[in-house]
Design a protein around this ligand. Structure first.
Ligand SMILES: [Ca+2]
Ligand SMILES: [Ca+2]
Ligand SMILES: [Ca+2]
Ligand SMILES: [Ca+2]
Length: 482
C-alpha cells in the first residue's frame, strides 16, 4: 500500500515536472479521505452519537451531514446490525468510545467503536474495537481488532478500549489508534494502515510510570508544530506522598512511546461524563494549548473552573503559568456557585473563523431559577495573548432560539463537541442534554448551534433526538485530530 502510494506520488511529481495537467495522472489508488469523519465521501462531516454504553443495548447513531449540518439520514449501528461482527450482549459496552479516521486509505472515513466489556473466548472483559468501514453509501461492514496485549490473568481481560483516539502518532503518514488497556501496558498504539481483513502494521505500548489511567480522557491533537499527532492522557500517580492527577504528554513522531512532558491537573476531585481535556491553539502561535476542565474540584464546593496550559515547540510550555477561568472571571456571564460543575465537559474549535481556537465549557449543574441542574454552556473566545473572558457568551434552554425548555436535571452541556459540520470554516457547537421522558426512560436531545463570524449563534439552531432507553448520555464521538 505504501509502496503503491509512493509510486503514484512519483508519477504525479513527474507529470507536474513535465507540465502535464495533474488530471491525467493515473487514478491507480484512491486518495485518503479529506475529512476524517466523512463516511460517505460527499464532503460533509457526519455526526456520531454514542447512545449509551453500559446496558445491553449499546449502540451508535450516525447522522449524515449536509450543507446545513447533520441531516435526515440516520443510521443506527449495534452488534446485531447486518455486517457488524459479534452479538449484542449484556455488559459489552459497545460504543463506550469511538473515533474516526480513514484507516484503510480508500477515500472514505471509517468509524472505530470500542467495546471494553466484550468477552473473547473464556476471557472476561477482554474488550476490543470494531472498525466500521466507510463507502459511497456510508458505513457498512465491520472488522474486529482485538487487544494485542499479552494476557496477565487467566480469565480476566484488560478492558481494551475504554477510550480510543486516532491520529498519525508515529508520523509515517498513516492514521494510527491509541487505545486504553487496563493492564501494565496502559495505552496501546495500533499502527496503520489497517485492512478490512484485520491487518495492521504492528503495535507498541506507552506503558511504564503511570499510576491509574482515567478513561475516557485521551485527547489527540496538534501541540508541537510538526505534522505528527500529539497525545495527552489523563492519569493519577503518587509523587512525594501525594496522589496527583496529571495530563501526560506524548509527542508524535519516532519517539512517541516515550513520555515527553506532563501537566499537573489541580484539585483531584475525579470526574465523570464528558471530556475534560481539549487541545486548541487559543493564541494562534502555532502550538496547541491544553485546556483542562475541573468541574468536580473538591476544594471550592464543586463550582468548577477551567485552566489552560499553553504549548511550545516541545510540548507543554512550563515557562508560561497556567491561566484559570471561572464564571467569576471578568467578561464571563453568570456567577460561580456551588455544584455548577463549570468545566465538567469542554470542547475546543474555532467558532468565528478568526484562526484562534475557542473553548466551549459545560456547566451541567447550573440552576435556572427553580430548575436545578438545568445546565448551561459558555463559549470563551481565543485572541492574541490567549483565551479570554472578553466577549464570552452563555447558552441554555432559556436562550432565545434554542428549542425545548429547561427542566430540573436536563444537564444541558453534559457533553460537547465543536466541529465544522456546515463546511463554512467555523465550528458548530453540539450540546447534549439529559432530557427525560417518564421516570426512567431517557432520550438524548442534542442541540446544534452554528458558528458565525460573530461566534456561536442560535439562529437556525436545530436539535436531534436519540432513543436510548435506560442508557447513559449520548456521548458525542470524537474525530481524528492532527
Ligand atoms: Ca458525509
Ligand atoms: Ca476507509
Ligand atoms: Ca498556542
Ligand atoms: Ca476563534
Amino acid at each position: 500500500m505504501r509502496a503503491r502510494r509512493t509510486a503514484l506520488a512519483a508519477a504525479v511529481a513527474l507529470a507536474a515536472a513535465v507540465g502535464t495537467p495533474l488530471l491525467t495522472a493515473p487514478a491507480a489508488s484512491a486518495a485518503p479521505a479529506k475529512l476524517s469523519d466523512d463516511f460517505n465521501g460527499d464532503g460533509y462531516r457526519d455526526f456520531v452519537m454514542l447512545g449509551g454504553s453500559h446496558g445491553k443495548d449499546g449502540r451508535v447513531t450516525v447522522v449524515y451531514g449536509t450543507s446545513a449540518g447533520p441531516g435526515t439520514r440516520v443510521q443506527t449501528l449495534h452488534q446485531d446490525s447486518p455486517g457488524i461482527p459479534g452479538a449484542v450482549e449484556e455488559g459489552d459496552w459497545w460504543g463506550a468510545a469511538a473515533t474516526t479516521a480513514d484507516l484503510d486509505r480508500d477515500g472514505y472515513a471509517d468509524l472505530v467503536v470500542s467495546s471494553p466489556g466484550e468477552n473473547v473466548g473464556t476471557i472476561q472483559s477482554r474488550g476490543g474495537l470494531t472498525v466500521v468501514w466507510g463507502s459511497a453509501n456510508g458505513l457498512g461492514s465491520g472488522t474486529v481488532f482485538n487487544s494485542p496485549v499479552p494476557q496477565e490473568y487467566e480469565n480476566q481481560g484488560d478492558f481494551f478500549g475504554e477510550d480510543v483516539v486516532s491520529g498519525d502518532f508515529d508520523g509515517d503518514g498513516d492514521p494510527d489508534l491509541a487505545v486504553t488497556s487496563n493492564s501494565q501496558v496502559g495505552v496501546v498504539l495500533l499502527k496503520g494502515p489497517f485492512t478490512r481483513a484485520g491487518g495492521k502494521s504492528g503495535w507498541d505500548s506507552l506503558g511504564g510510570g503511570y499510576g491509574y489511567l482515567h478513561a475516557p480522557n485521551l485527547v489527540a491533537g496538534r501541540v508541537t508544530a510538526d505534522a505528527a499527532t500529539d497525545l495527552y492522557m489523563l492519569g493519577s500517580d503518587l509523587q512525594d506522598g501525594d496522589i496527583n492527577m496529571r495530563a501526560y504528554f506524548h509527542r508524535g513522531g519516532s519517539t512517541f512511546t516515550q513520555r515527553a512532558g506532563e501537566v499537573l491537573v489541580p484539585d483531584d476531585g475525579g470526574h465523570q461524563g464528558g471530556d475534560i481535556l481539549a487541545i486548541g491553539d487559543f493564541d494562534k502561535d502555532g502550538y496547541g494549548d491544553l485546556a483542562i476542565g475541573r468541574g468536580y474540584e473538591t476544594g471550592d464546593g464543586e463550582r468548577g473552573y477551567v485552566t489552560v496550559q499553553y504549548g511550545g515547540s516541545g510540548g507543554p510550555n512550563a515557562a508560561r503559568k497556567p491561566v484559570k477561568f471561572t464564571q467569576n472571571t471578568t467578561g464571563v456571564p453568570g456567577s460561580s456557585e456551588n455544584e455548577d460543575y463549570f468545566g465538567s465537559a469542554i470542547a475546543a474549535g474555532d467558532v468565528n473563523g478568526d484562526g484562534y481556537a475557542d473553548l466551549a465549557v459545560g456547566a451541567r449543574g447550573e440552576d435556572l431559577g427553580t430548575k436545578r441542574n438545568a445546565g448551561s454552556v459558555t463559549v470563551l473566545l481565543g485572541r492574541a495573548g490567549g483565551l479570554s473572558g472578553t466577549g464570552a457568551k452563555s447558552y441554555s434552554q432559556d436562550t432565545s432560539g434554542i428549542t425545548s425548555s429547561p427542566e430540573t436535571d436536563d444537564q444541558f452541556g453534559a457533553y460537547l463537541k465543536l466541529t465544522d459540520y456546515t463546511r463554512d470554516g467555523r465550528a458548530d457547537l453540539m450540546i447534549d442534554t439529559n432530557e427525560q421522558l417518564g421516570y426512567e426512560d431517557r432520550w438524548g436531545l442534542v442541540h446544534q448551534l452554528k458558528g458565525s463570524t460573530s461566534g456561536i449563534t442560535t439562529t437556525g439552531s436545530k436539535s436531534y433526538s436519540v432513543t436510548s432507553l435506560n442508557l447513559s448520555y449520548a456521548r458525542l464521538g470524537g474525530p481524528f485530530a492532527r
